[in-house]
Design a protein around this ligand. Structure first.
Ligand SMILES: C[S@@+](CC[C@H](N)C(=O)[O-])C[C@H]1O[C@@H](n2cnc3c(N)ncnc32)[C@H](O)[C@@H]1O
Ligand code: SF4
Length: 211
């Protein structure tokens, strides 16, 4: 860290390993929580790590990209979003032009959280869709009515988020070709800037959740 060149912007990744509920297909490193207690204590740990970083990195290093992923970063309350945003920027200030993408689950976010992220500088959002078909959603433990996703997209655009990425997954349990075509046909109605299509491996021996 001490050898970083202040002339080169760095990329920072913050992982928030919590979700309000766990989807059965998910391979991300995360854990479920119904309270903010563990999130609060994790924030304290991140702040301690940032303090170590402050003592090490050369003055003048700037952040060209701050990626906030998970898990679900929007398990953080608006106050926590500001606390984390300010803590990171105090140690590594953003470059004049910087990217701040955030992974968002439409079922775990509201306008106040989107407003807090936008205030901290979020300029790209990646939203998890996976599949719009209710039986597939039931099979993966993730109820997400289309109108929830639509509302989230409208709130993100309303908050001035210029770049929107959507995540779809193929190979999920109960997915049929017809339903997948229907999901893919619906996605452009959300006018995303980018669509990521991930393949799902049903590896039950690697994850108990998928069993
Ligand atoms: C960190 S998660 C998404 C953020 C947010 N928690 C959500 O669910 O919308 C990133 C994305 O990875 C993909 N993903 C997760 N587990 C996967 C798996 N087992 N196979 C393929 N894609 C997966 C999903 O599309 C998911 O939206
Ligand atoms: S898909 Fe997203 S919300 Fe579901 S368990 Fe994985 S990280 Fe959490």
């Amino acid at each position: 860290m001490a050898a970083l060149d202040p002339a080169q912007a760095v990329s920072v990744h913050i992982h928030i390993p919590f979700c309000d509920r766990l989807c059965w297909f998910c391979a991300c490193r995360t854990q479920g929580t119904r309270t903010l207690g563990p999130v609060e204590s994790y924030l304290g740990t991140l702040e301690a790590e940032l303090a170590l970083l402050r003592a090490t990195i050369p003055v003048g290093v700037r952040m060209g990209r701050l990626h906030c992923g998970g898990g679900t970063p929007t398990t953080l309350s608006p106050a926590m979003i500001h606390r984390l945003g300010q803590a990171v920027k105090a140690v590594i200030p953003p470059a004049n032009e910087w990217e701040f993408p955030v992974e968002i689950d439409p079922t775990m976010v509201d306008r106040a959280k989107i407003a807090a992220l936008a205030k901290e500088g979020m300029n790209r959002a990646s939203i998890g869709i996976q599949d719009f078909d209710p039986p597939v959603q039931a099979a993966i433990g993730r109820a997400q009515p289309f109108m929830i996703t639509r509302g989230c997209v409208d709130d993100l655009r309303g908050a001035g988020i210029g770049s929107l990425n959507t995540h779809l997954v193929y190979g999920l349990p109960r997915q049929t070709e017809d339903w997948q075509v229907e999901t893919v046909d619906k996605v452009p109605t959300l006018a995303p800037d980018r669509v990521a299509f991930f393949g799902y491996p049903h590896v039950t021996w690697m994850s108990k959740r998928k069993g």
